[in-house]
Design a protein around this ligand. Structure first.
Ligand code: IDC
Length: 467
């Protein structure tokens, strides 16, 4: 028996009473992670350690439920008020850990009795919202992603179900204030591949791919916006309408790339966003991405740009989510030797924003994934562009690294858009060269290897929470 007498002496245990029901702020967004460890186990008993991390808005007063397999029971606990009803144990905050800010953790523990199966819980929920996390026993580790979701009403689209989006804690939340993940595709440069975006291809994206999201990449240079502002503005608006008609979200991407300093295009950005934000303000499906990939420029300069462009958007469309590019091709600084702390320590002075992270799976691997894992507990992140190939957009298609990335994004509920929904003659394109000269975008014969894999990932059911 390895339990600590000192710890048990400090416990506040109320076994057998009903779980306290705590009032929840209506607008508060919730999300959580639980790392659960069976620290020791003996005949008939075990000790559990629970690290609870709040990934939603700050909570003041909380209760954590733990669903055990039958035959397990919390007998004594600490750092919370513990109770159990049936197979559900509940840990309610004590005074000193009542308030948990976004990203804050608290450690709880208990001693339990068990018979039958191994004492590993099947799910956790904070104030009624399921947590992601891990369960560890002395020799085995498994990762669980659990969600309390209800099936969406039959026949409705991502926008019909989720409505106007907002940022909540580190998550993107829907109209029910529940975290959601949007999965979809990015166009190639619309100045080159406009022919790929038509009624048939958008129908395929919405119904065959079951995409939630359509990112409209409007380059600013490279024969893009700067050459014909009104023409590109109307092309973007009509693609937003085509996405809306099919119930998909649309990201309006101001696709800066070269030069890397977004301030080079500051006046163009203000003009463009003033126009598209006022024109699309009443729509629920629009997300604004103000700078695709800043590079060779400091975070301070990017932040300065964001703090000038965001107010222009807000003046016209106050409730839309805005995506902010990060340093070094939207790598949170990593590709120029920095990391996410420069953003955490000096965030953009605006609400309802997310920071973008881009990766190319054959080029960006474990150290980039580690950055996203760390940063996701502190910053709202959106992968508005990623490739399955090298950072050139061509070269080797890396399915293993892509799978590792998408599994991570699924677990963290981070939305993503794949580069590209086009027939460009490069391995990142989803369609084979020449596809956009025809009228067929459905089925597998038009797909590249990358397209086939990404479609298989995007087209799985969403299970958006509706209550
Ligand atoms: C690439 C295109 C390629 C084009 C090049 C320059 O795939 O056909 O010639 O841009 O415009 C990004 C950028 C994205 C790049 C992509 C692949 O956001 O514009 O597209 N990439 O290089 N960041 C990292 C990779």
């Amino acid at each position: 028996m390895k339990r600590s007498t000192a710890a048990l002496a400090a416990c506040a245990v109320v076994i057998g009473t009903a779980a306290t029901v705590l009032p929840q702020a209506m607008a508060a967004a919730q999300g959580c992670r639980v790392d659960y460890t069976v620290t020791s186990q003996w005949q008939g008993g075990f000790q559990g350690a629970v690290k609870l991390t709040n990934l939603g808005d700050q909570v003041s007063g909380w209760s954590l439920t733990i669903a055990f397999p039958a035959g397990q029971r919390v007998t004594q606990g600490w750092n919370a008020t513990w109770s159990q009803s049936g197979t559900t144990a509940t840990a309610t905050n004590v005074d000193w850990n009542r308030t948990l800010g976004t990203g804050a953790s608290t450690d709880l523990g208990f001693v339990g009795s068990w018979t039958g199966s191994n004492p590993v819980p099947t799910s956790f929920a904070l104030n009624g919202v399921a947590c992601t996390g891990s369960t560890t026993t002395t020799s085995t580790t498994s990762t669980t992603t659990t969600t309390t979701t209800t099936n969406p009403p039959v026949g409705t689209t991502p926008v019909a179900i989720n409505g106007q989006l907002r940022v909540c804690g580190v998550y993107l939340c829907n109209q029910y204030n529940k975290p959601i993940q949007l999965r979809g595709m990015s166009t190639h440069g619309i100045q080159w591949f406009g022919k790929c975006y038509n009624n048939a291809s958008l129908d395929a994206l919405a119904t065959d791919w079951k995409s939630d999201l359509f990112r409209v990449a409007m380059y600013v240079q490279e024969q893009g916006y700067e050459t014909n502002p009104s023409g590109f503005t109307s092309q973007v608006n009509s693609l937003v309408d085509m996405a809306e008609a099919r119930g998909m979200y649309a990201i309006i991407d101001f696709h800066t790339l070269t030069p890397g300093d977004p301030n080079y295009n500051l006046e163009r950005a203000k003009t463009f966003f003033a126009s598209v934000a006022s024109r699309n303000a009443a729509k629920k499906n629009v997300i604004y991405e103000i700078a695709n990939e800043p590079n060779g420029v400091s975070w301070a300069a990017i932040k300065n740009y964001a703090e000038q462009v965001i107010p222009v958007i807000r003046a016209a469309d106050p409730d839309a989510v805005v995506l902010v590019g990060t340093r070094a091709w939207s790598s949170l600084g990593v590709s120029e030797g920095s990391n996410e702390t420069e953003v955490i320590n000096n965030p953009v002075n605006a609400t309802n924003i997310m920071y973008t992270f881009h990766f190319y799976a054959a080029s960006h691997k474990d150290n980039y994934r580690a950055t996203v894992s760390r940063a996701a507990a502190r910053l709202p992140l959106f992968v508005s562009e990623f490739g399955t190939v090298t950072a050139t957009g061509g070269g080797a298609y890396d399915q293993a690294s892509t799978a590792a990335w998408l599994n991570l994004l699924d677990q963290l509920k981070i939305g993503y858009a794949n580069w590209t929904y086009s027939d460009a003659n490069e391995s990142s394109a989803a369609f084979r060269p020449g596809t956009c000269n025809g009228s067929t975008y459905t089925g597998s014969s038009v797909l590249t290897d990358s397209g086939a894999y990404i479609k298989s990932r995007i087209s799985t059911p969403d299970s958006f929470p509706t209550s």
